[in-house]
Ligand binder design. Structure first.
Ligand code: G6P
Length: 364
């Protein structure tokens, strides 16, 4: 293969370590300090059109769908437009109501995933406006959409997506800021979010510098047959993506739940052999998340927290630097990419090419 491995043993490890540069690329040339917003050249949506959007519907598959879930939350928070994400494959087959006031966004690394492309074509046939949030320039989805944002992650070779996921989420942050600033997001909040975006590359480096701790933790938890991932609101899609990452690359069974739903069923699974990874941002739900950790501890569950400060109820905490609360989800999953990588490594897995999976699924 033609890419220089630069001393990394796998593409997954290399691509995890490229994330600060990748995010820097996603921001480059797009920040507009004069108006405390961002400039997205290919969006093809003027201010009047942006203001006319009543809903946002995001479609993708796998990791890209999870990026869309975080994106939907950012758009709701910063632009106050109702937004949600759905797997493109499901959307196509349920004969969805296509609404002319909804902005549809197709998310895809490759830009070639058949289910996403077919959803875009069906939407276009029904007269919808569809934007793309795509990595590969000139790909089928990029060509079929009316405009969009290139995420500029650079080539991603490992089947399991890492840097592209991060750049997708950052790109959604840019879009949310842009839509927000055409509506009610203040200049002050725009400035605050821009400052947060600028801090991301250095904060990513800080997280990656903690690699030795994460490697140790991965070895410690690699004996688990199954793992639970929990989070609330901004932390929940992070938990979902982290659980997907672990199962794809290590083949350990993992499932993700909103922490608030534990008591409605999955708490029955908690025992020492079923560790929990908890996403615990220092936000308005901190106390609620701590209560969930207590519930798990009371059932002798082991807990690994990813948090902004050491969590007393957890057996271990990976501390992640804090950004603006609207952007925290961008950073909190990054240590868990390394966690999945080191778990798979400890188990001797084929990290860049997990069994049964393909980098891009161009058939149904
Ligand atoms: C495949 C890959 C996943 C990826 C998904 C969507 O299933 O194994 O890692 O998230 O396709 O791919 P896309 O290129 O559309 O982002």
């Amino acid at each position: 293969e033609s890419y220089d491995m630069g001393g990394h043993d796998t593409y997954m490890h290399k691509e995890i370590h490229e994330q600060a540069d990748a995010v820097d690329r996603a921001l480059r040339g797009r920040i507009d300090d004069r108006f405390s917003t961002v400039h997205l050249g290919g969006l093809n949506l003027d201010a009047r059109e942006a203001r006319a959007v009543r809903r946002v519907k995001i479609l993708g598959c796998g990791t890209s769908y999870h990026a869309g879930q975080i994106g939907a939350q950012m758009i709701e928070e910063l632009a106050r437009i109702p937004a949600d994400a759905e797997p493109a494959s499901e959307f196509r087959y349920r004969n969805p109501v296509v609404d002319p006031d909804t902005l549809y966004i197709a998310v895809s690394q490759s830009g070639e995933t058949y289910d996403v492309l077919a959803a875009v074509q069906e939407l276009k046939r029904k007269g919808a406006r569809v934007l793309g949030l795509v990595n590969v320039v000139g790909s089928a989805i990029a060509r079929e959409t009316d405009g969009g944002i290139y995420v500029h992650a650079g080539p991603e070779v490992c089947v399991v997506s890492t840097k592209c996921f991060t750049n997708m989420v950052v790109s959604f942050g840019l879009l949310a800021l842009h839509l927000g600033r055409t509506r009610d997001l203040s200049v002050a909040d725009g400035k605050r979010i821009l400052a947060g975006l600028r801090k991301l590359p250095a904060q990513i480096e800080e997280i990656l510098a903690n690699e030795a701790q994460i490697e140790e933790l991965a070895k410690e938890y690699a004996d688990a047959k199954s793992m639970m991932f929990i989070g609330r609101v901004r932390g929940y899609p992070v938990a979902r993506e982290a659980s997907l990452k672990l199962k794809e690359v290590s083949y350990i069974h993992a499932e993700a739940y909103p922490a608030s739903e534990l008591k409605h069923g999955p708490l029955a699974l908690i025992e020492p052999a079923m560790p929990t990874v908890a996403i615990v941002p220092d936000d308005e739900l901190l106390e609620k998340n701590r209560a969930a950790l207590e519930e798990i501890k009371a059932r002798s569950g082991r807990i690994l927290a990813v948090a902004h400060s050491v969590q007393e109820k957890a057996d271990h905490t990976i501390v992640v630097p804090k950004n603006e609360h609207e952007l925290d989800a961008i950073l909190m999953g990054i240590p868990l990419q390394l966690f999945a990588y080191y778990t798979a490594k400890a188990m001797g897995r084929d990290i860049d090419k997990p069994r049964n999976l393909a980098k891009s699924v161009t058939v149904e």
